[in-house]
Design a binder for this molecule. Structure first.
Ligand code: 5GP
Ligand code: ZN
Length: 112
């Protein structure tokens, strides 16, 4: 728990969010400013800044939950995008590791 972290506060219910999935290690909730019809954030409950600080087990759990949620949300058929920003040049604004899941429309072309 990082006391100044918005996502830690969401995990601890100190801030409201629209939660779509929760287990012992992972929380999934709706992005407050969605960039697509479906825009979810998948986060570990343990605070870590980004992928550089993440251990294998955490990364694995985030992807396992991402897979499960994609099927539950019915976005597995038409497709979706998973992305994670890491650091300043990527525009990371919240320093708590998160995967974005974007879906529900044809997404804009990839940057690379
Ligand atoms: P980043 O730019 O760090 O990859 O993405 C952070 C994301 O968190 C942004 O897309 C932003 O809309 C979302 N976000 C920021 N604050 C909150 C919040 O308080 N609640 C929710 N649900 N999402 C947030
Ligand atoms: Zn945090």
């Amino acid at each position: 728990m990082d006391e100044n972290c918005i996502f830690c506060k969401i995990i601890n219910r100190e801030l409201p969010s629209s939660i779509v999935y929760e287990d012992e290690n992972v929380l999934v909730f709706k992005n407050i400013e969605p960039q697509a019809p479906i825009h979810l954030l998948v986060i570990p409950k343990k605070h870590m800044r980004n992928v550089l600080e993440a251990d294998e087990e955490t990364i694995s759990k985030l992807f396992i939950v991402t897979n499960k949620i994609a099927k539950e949300q019915g976005i597995d058929k038409d497709g979706f995008r998973v992305l994670t920003n890491c650091g300043k040049n990527a525009g990371q604004t919240i320093d708590h590791l998160h995967f974005h899941i974007l879906a529900g429309t044809k997404l804009e072309e990839k940057m690379i």
